[in-house]
Write a protein that binds this ligand. Structure first.
Ligand SMILES: NC(=O)c1ccc[n+]([C@@H]2O[C@H](COP(=O)([O-])OP(=O)(O)OC[C@H]3O[C@@H](n4cnc5c(N)ncnc54)[C@H](O)[C@@H]3O)[C@@H](O)[C@H]2O)c1
Ligand SMILES: N[C@H](CO)Cc1c[nH]c[nH+]1
Ligand SMILES: [Zn+2]
Length: 425
């Protein structure tokens, strides 16, 4: 990892902003625009042809049958099923707390105001599956949608040579999802946004994916809703001399191994830790099965920033706005109040990031590329919407009529004023 030292805070901020811009690639944008246009024009034919081109899989049918799902459930190691069940229970209990409920008030006699919360009707959940299968992303996507009460959940995941990964199908079964299509990448997002002969069009698309998936979600926004830009994984770590280099390096690599475009950033006030972590990363890399992916990520997006104070460290990390933020400082909880921008925060030396990826309960579908400045973790709220309503009595309308009419005429909107006044006669 590159160690950046002897630079001013402003110089480092400029560097970080420059690196964040790199997460939007114009070449990927053009490729994705082309894929979306082709899926809109050719539907299932385009999906099957992209499955062959990008995933090297020839498909007759896109939908996974219920017998395949049931068979998968039986074929998976019971220990893995038990771990999935435990994760599902934790994710459910955490997300249950996010459920928004309807409310109403009556500010005075004759006036009733309210907000009715409903579930979205149809959502598409993207489960990544290019370089690895992600059963955990099935649970993270589907369980909040279920808690919200979404009736129609369509899951898409890239096709695999030997059929969809059985653990992914088992996770779908545990989450209660039975509408699963073998389609990935930008073409899957296009199919969910516009519909094809096999795949129904949805109201919102959620879920993580690589740069093609994230760029496609950005491109179809407006035609459908999206949850956020949840692209290649990122980790930012704030650590001082009290942290163990081997822990910090292991956690940096845990996200680097996701994608060649993953980002791994350490900000520290300790030169000793900076050097030790850099050495540890080089050492631990060599023993990872996904060494090529992790090395590419670390070489292009792995940085260690050395600054003077903990306040500077936090200030810079708020500019990075990482998907995951670990605080490996003494009394980590005390720093939480100063964190403005991060997808999810892991406090102290034992809250290692993969706990959140799999089991603890908070969601692992999180904003990347600096979008944690304005986006949040996937939650039940993403699958709910709100309808406001109003009820007035004749007397209450009379009380308010002249004020509404005055404001309407001030805006030059005479028909508005008359709609109120016609009820006075
Ligand atoms: N931010 C989050 O919340 C979060 C959570 C989990 C995973 N992730 C990220 O999800 C991603 C998973 O990536 P993945 O690649 O393994 O699976 P993926 O499902 O995201 O992407 C695979 C698909 O990408 C498309 N593709 C690949 N190369 C292409 C090319 N050259 N042109 C056009 N399309 C192409 C193919 O259709 C392929 O099926 C990683 O980046 C990981 O970091 C992010
Ligand atoms: N770290 C990923 C989010 O960036 C989530 C994940 C799934 N499996 C393992 N990790
Ligand atoms: Zn991960």
């Amino acid at each position: 990892m590159q160690i950046i030292k002897n630079e001013s805070i402003n110089q480092i901020k400029a560097r970080i902003r420059q690196q964040t811009l790199k997460t939007v690639d114009p070449q990927v944008e053009n490729r994705v625009a082309d894929i979306i246009a082709t899926v809109r024009e050719k539907g299932d034919v385009a999906l099957k042809s992209y499955a062959k081109a990008f995933d090297d899989v020839s498909l007759d049918v896109l939908k996974v049958s219920s017998s395949q799902i049931n068979q998968a459930m039986k074929s998976v190691d019971p220990e893995v099923i038990a771990a999935l069940e435990k994760a599902a229970a934790n994710i459910r209990s955490f997300h249950q707390l996010e459920l928004q409920t309807s409310f109403e008030d009556s500010p005075r006699p004759g006036v009733l105001r309210g907000t009715k919360v409903t579930a979205l009707s149809a959502v598409g959940i993207y489960v990544p599956g290019g370089t690895a299968a992600y059963p955990s992303s099935v649970l993270m996507n589907a369980l909040p949608a279920k808690i919200a009460g979404v009736k129609n959940i369509i899951m898409v995941t890239p096709p695999q040579k030997d059929g969809t990964n059985p653990v992914v199908l088992a996770a779908a079964k545990i989450a209660g999802i039975d509408s699963i299509y073998q389609v990935g990448g930008a073409q899957a997002i296009a199919a969910l946004a516009y519909g094809t002969e096999s795949i129904p069009k949805v109201d919102k698309i959620t879920g993580p994916g690589n740069a093609y998936v994230a760029t496609a979600k950005r491109a179809v926004y407006g035609q459908v809703a999206i949850d956020m830009i949840a692209g290649p994984s990122e980790i930012g770590i704030l650590a001082d001399d009290s942290a163990r280099p081997q822990d910090v390096a292991a956690d940096l690599l845990s996200q680097a191994e996701h994608d060649v475009n993953a980002r791994a950033i350490l900000i520290t006030n300790s030169e000793k830790l900076a050097q030790a972590v850099s050495d540890e990363v080089d050492k631990q890399l060599l023993t990872l099965p996904r060494v090529d992916i992790a090395r590419a990520a670390v070489d292009s997006n792995g940085f260690i920033y050395l600054v003077d104070t903990v306040d500077d460290m936090i200030d810079l990390m708020n500019v990075v706005a990482p998907e995951h933020l670990e605080i490996q400082l003494e009394n980590a909880y005390d720093y939480l109040a100063k964190i403005q921008n991060a997808g999810s925060v892991f406090l102290g030396k034992y809250a290692s990031e993969p706990l959140g990826d799999y089991l603890a309960g908070p969601n692992h579908i999180l904003p990347t590329g600096g979008t944690a400045r304005f986006s949040s973790a996937l939650g039940v709220w993403d699958f709910q919407k709100r309808i406001q309503y109003l009820d007035y009595s004749q007397a209450a309308l009379s009380d308010d009529a002249s004020d509404v009419a005055a404001l309407a005429r001030e805006e030059g909107l005479e028909a508005h004023a008359r709609a109120i006044e016609v009820r006075q006669s």
